[in-house]
Write a protein that binds this ligand. Structure first.
Ligand SMILES: [Zn+2]
Length: 159
């Protein structure tokens, strides 16, 4: 396979583990741009994935540090799904993907990057991206920088 340029994946692999849960810490900081937070809801927030599988890769995250789906309230899950819908709508309007992979990884064995704090991944997909980028794989290519994506989406999410 040819060499692929994906510096943030490399950073992710070599970065030491943080002591605190990033999903608990980041929304409380008054630093949304650095933290890549696009939207604050009542029970959930939307954040751009710092190690994206495709441009516009977002996560909808519960504020509460909850590891199990069965421990969530109706109110929390209702807003969670509403924010998934909102994300899909706004991504469609801004970066025009052909489709999405949307899902939760529950538990480390399932590949959860931040273990113990539930979040839903929303990965925009384009025709042909799988030709050179396996969906589940070690190496990914992202053609657009995070700052550019953030600025584009922030305007749409927080008009
Ligand atoms: Zn947490």
């Amino acid at each position: 396979m040819d060499h692929l340029w994906a510096p943030w994946r490399m950073q992710y692999i070599t970065k030491p583990k943080e002591g605190d849960c990033i999903f608990c810490v980041k929304p409380k900081q008054d630093n949304d741009r650095i933290n890549l937070i696009l939207h604050h809801g009542k029970n959930n927030f939307i954040i751009l994935n710092a190690y994206p599988y495709n441009p516009g890769h977002l996560m909808v995250v519960f504020y509460r540090h909850v590891a199990n789906l069965e421990n969530l309230s109706n109110e929390e899950t209702k807003e969670h799904f509403e924010l998934i819908q909102k994300s899909v709508t706004l991504l469609n309007n801004t970066i025009h993907p052909a489709g999405f992979n949307i899902g939760l990884n529950v538990g480390k064995v399932a590949g959860a990057g931040v273990e113990g704090h539930l979040h839903t991944h929303i990965v925009p997909r384009w025709q042909g991206d799988v030709n050179f980028m396996p969906v589940i794989g070690e190496t990914r290519v992202v053609s657009e920088g995070l700052d550019t994506t953030y600025d584009k989406l922030r305007d749409a999410f927080s008009p």
